[in-house]
Design a protein around this ligand. Structure first.
Ligand code: ADP
Length: 477
């Protein structure tokens, strides 16, 4: 068994704001089956420290980016953890990224520079038995790690893999902070981590890591285009030969209709009926013979739920129903609440509710994912697993994971869902029409459901790909 260290700012079930946490939480077990022992390095947020009572201090830092800190070793939720206990950086209210007014913490650059520095320090000083051969770095919060590694490592150093989950956050700070961030001025260049006059932790990760990956093959291509690269497309074209797209999987112990403790469990699509009736009751929707489509999402422009509001009328008029669970942008929340108040066929819950998400997957006929861009997307994967037909925009991981029900795919018996052109109300309207038509064609619908449930959406194929990358970078360094 070889050692790897995953460096990440959130990790399910301990602390989660999005899909990144799901990946960080599920990958270690899957990598274990590939012969890799993955330890996860996390910031010591109060929630993490509370979940890991009996942690052992393995390192003391008298002054780490403005205050004393300790590195703790612990086990929680089936994960081997290293926790950076630095109260001056992490012991506070708000969320893990934002203050109580919803603004980025002003010291976010230092908060995550400290995490990255600790990763590099640990990787170069840990006893041989536990020293990681690979550092797996996630998003900008871990981006500075290879820069610190260049400073701290001797001839022997671990391989570095940087995974892009969200290219939208660049981890920017002013160059005046070079010294306080312990960064070498010589790398503040176009070929280094300089980005339009600022320090970018994301760019540092993209430039200085041995290999790059993102969470779907399609998104890996899209990221090299200006439309999706969010300013990093040039860097990514430059690193074209080092970037791989590896799909996320889902955690079968958490998302499995045969074992899910909060639903009426089922192994075949027939078992969905009782869950559907219950879901209608939860959302105050009348019984009927049309399809019930669900959405579980952060409410942001990325997710395209504004387009959905515009495209819904025909679907509802034909007997379709919508159950929406989400939170985020206040205006979008209000728009959906208004829509629910104006139609008996729309039910809305504003908030974050893990149990309800499971009940929606079990009770829904279809899951709608109209994203403008989507690196991988998880809810369509849960949909496949639960026989809840995904209706998805043809972008990023959505196009890699759903087989569109065109004539050929239907005839070949492989279709699992519906795809439509992204960012188009008309295309979405047509996709919803298709959903209604398919739903009323019972043999076809059952076929889609069976195909969906039979699709492999677990982590093992992806873990094998990560293992191959780990091998490659640990062998060459
Ligand atoms: P992103 O990471 O961009 O938010 P993903 O589809 O990759 O999108 O992952 C979102 C994750 O968060 C999924 O596990 C989804 O079920 C969950 N999620 C999103 N919004 C909610 C919500 N309001 N309540 C419960 N779970 C949610």
């Amino acid at each position: 068994m070889r050692n790897a260290l995953s460096v990440v700012s959130e990790c399910a079930p301990l602390i989660k704001t999005g899909g990144l946490a799901d990946v960080a939480g599920a990958l270690p077990a899957a990598m274990h089956r590939q012969g890799w022992h993955v330890t996860t390095l996390l910031p010591g947020y109060p929630k993490i420290l509370a979940a890991t009572g009996d942690a052992e201090a393995i390192e003391h830092y008298p002054s780490l980016f403005g205050g004393p800190a300790r590195l703790l070793s612990a086990r929680a939720a089936g994960l081997d953890l290293l926790i950076l206990d630095a109260p001056h950086l992490y012991d506070r209210g708000g969320t893990i990224y934002l203050d109580v007014d919803g603004r980025d913490w002003p010291d976010n650059p230092e908060r995550f520079a400290a995490l990255s520095w600790t990763a590099a320090h640990y990787a170069t000083t840990a006893p041989a038995a536990t020293r990681p051969a690979v550092l797996h770095l996630h998003d900008w919060q871990a981006g500075l790690t290879p820069v610190y590694l260049n400073e701290l490592a001797g001839t022997e150093r671990p391989g570095t893999l940087f995974t892009i989950h969200n290219i939208g956050f660049h981890g920017l700070s002013d160059p005046e902070r070079l010294a306080s961030l312990r960064l070498p001025r010589r790398d503040f260049t176009l070929e280094g981590f300089e980005f339009y006059g600022k320090i970018s932790a994301l760019k540092a990760g993209l430039v200085f890591s041995d290999k790059l990956s993102t969470v779907s093959p399609q998104y890996a291509e899209e990221l090299m285009e200006p439309e999706f690269g969010m300013g990093m497309d040039g860097v990514l074209r430059w690193r074209r030969n080092d970037i791989t797209g590896i799909l996320n999987g889902i955690d079968d112990t958490v998302w499995n209709p045969a074992t899910d403790p909060v639903i009426t469990r089922y192994k075949t699509p027939r078992g969905k009926a009782r869950n559907k009736a219950r879901l209608r009751r939860i959302f105050g929707l009348e019984p009927g013979d049309g399809p019930l489509a669900v959405i579980i999402t952060r409410m942001t422009l990325q997710k395209g739920i504004d387009l959905l509001l515009e495209a819904l009328s025909d679907f509802l008029a034909e007997g379709g129903q919508i159950a929406m669970l989400g939170s985020g942008d206040r205006r979008m929340e209000l728009a959906w609440e208004r829509a629910a108040a104006g139609s008996p066929s729309i039910g809305v819950r504003i908030g974050y509710d893990e149990e309800l998400a499971h009940r929606m997957m079990a009770g829904g006929d279809a899951i709608l994912v109209p994203s403008r861009f989507e690196p991988c997307g998880l809810t369509q994967l849960y949909g496949l697993r639960y026989g809840t037909i995904p209706v998805v925009a043809r972008t990023g991981g959505l196009s890699d994971t759903v087989i569109h029900a065109n004539e050929a795919a239907i005839r070949a018996g492989v279709a699992t869902g519906i795809q439509f052109a992204p960012d188009s109300v008309e295309a979405l309207r047509a996709a919803l029409r298709q959903l209604s038509t398919f739903y009323r064609n019972e043999p076809l619908w059952q076929r889609l459901q069976r195909n969906a449930m039979a699709q492999a959406v677990d982590w093992d194929p992806s873990a094998r790909q990560y293992a191959a990358l780990y091998e490659e970078i640990s062998a060459t360094t």
